[in-house]
Design a protein around this ligand. Structure first.
Ligand SMILES: [Zn+2]
Length: 314
């Protein structure tokens, strides 16, 4: 397999994993085509503690998601060197970061993994349905949004499911934030379900989270909405994980997808719309830096919302 795009994010992640090793457990979850999928776990060992999970790069083309996860990781590692309040938080909770779920897709500059599968649509037992094509298709790996052939899950998707089950399913409350880019001009925070416009059973908790977000980050940039409001997806990994966690009883996984609106970057710099990479990522350095710092306040609020869940969750 030849890699068309440099794998510089992987080098950064490996460097940060070394720097973080004083405070974090570093796992390699899988090695598709020899490229590692890292997971860094910070905080208390007790699996009954609440947890925050951050992932990026499920779609290899959406490099900015991995860059935001890396920026958060950098900030975390730097702050652990001096921040007493952060250390206190981490005695009561855990943070798990998987900055690059699809290293082969990122190295090749493709949305899908090395087998042409859209990992976000690769959950087990996924029937067909949803919005035609974009909602997942089983016609061909040569077309986008290919869900896989319905047999075993792809190793990247299986690795993600496995670590979420291992690290979040025993927590009384967990938030997962999966970082994506591409759709629309605004930044959206999507919650389940993706497969149907029916509200999730925990809808009252979404309402409480929405109020928490509006109060803690006045004038924030996010539109909080159900994924299926835009289009319906079958085989959505986060629908699958949300339901599985729910089926275990007591406790909740609030799974969110941050869909960074890339059309505004294209609108301000139309030439970048001519490249596939440019349609999903900020190209100008000042816009890239702005995107990296734009979401740090959200991540901070999520951290506090997780550790304080008893105070606001209905
Ligand atoms: Zn995506």
């Amino acid at each position: 397999m030849t890699f068309l795009v440099q794998t510089e994010p992987l080098a950064t992640i490996e460097r940060l994993a070394v720097a973080a090793s004083r405070w974090a457990t570093v796992d390699v979850l899988a090695r598709p085509a020899g490229l590692p999928i890292h997971a860094l776990t910070f905080g208390v060992a007790d699996k009954a503690a609440p947890a925050l999970f951050i992932s990026g790069g499920v779609h290899g083309l959406e490099r900015i998601g991995t860059d935001v996860a890396i920026a958060y990781l950098q900030s975390l590692v730097a702050r652990l060197a001096w921040d007493e309040a952060l250390h206190d938080l981490l005695t009561r909770m855990r943070i798990v970061i998987v900055p690059l779920v699809n290293p082969v897709g990122m190295a090749r500059g493709t949305r899908a993994n090395g087998s042409g599968v859209d990992l976000m649509r690769n959950a087990p037992d996924a029937g067909l349905g949803g919005t035609p094509l974009v909602g997942g298709q089983r016609i061909s790996a040569k077309l986008p949004w290919f869900m896989g052939n319905g047999a075993a899950m792809e190793e990247e998707a299986a690795a993600l499911v496995q670590i979420v089950e291992r690290e979040l399913f025993t927590a009384p409350f967990a938030i997962a934030l999966d970082l994506h880019s591409g759709f629309g001009v605004i930044d959206r925070l999507w919650y389940p379900y993706a497969r149907t416009r029916e509200p999730i059973p925990d809808h009252d908790r979404i309402v409480a989270f929405s109020q928490l977000l509006d109060g803690a980050l006045p004038n924030h940039v996010y539109r909080l909405e159900q994924t299926a409001r835009v289009y319906t997806i079958r085989g959505d990994l986060w629908d699958y994980l949300y339901d599985r966690r729910r089926s275990l009883g007591d406790g909740m996984l609030l799974s969110l997808t941050l869909e960074m609106g890339s059309w505004s970057w294209v609108r301000k710099n139309p030439l970048q719309g001519l490249s596939t990479f440019g349609r999903f990522n900020p190209i100008k350095p000042h816009r890239h830096r702005r995107t990296l710092r734009r979401h740090l306040p959200l991540l901070d609020v999520l951290l506090h919302a997780v550790v304080s869940y008893r105070r606001w969750l209905p």
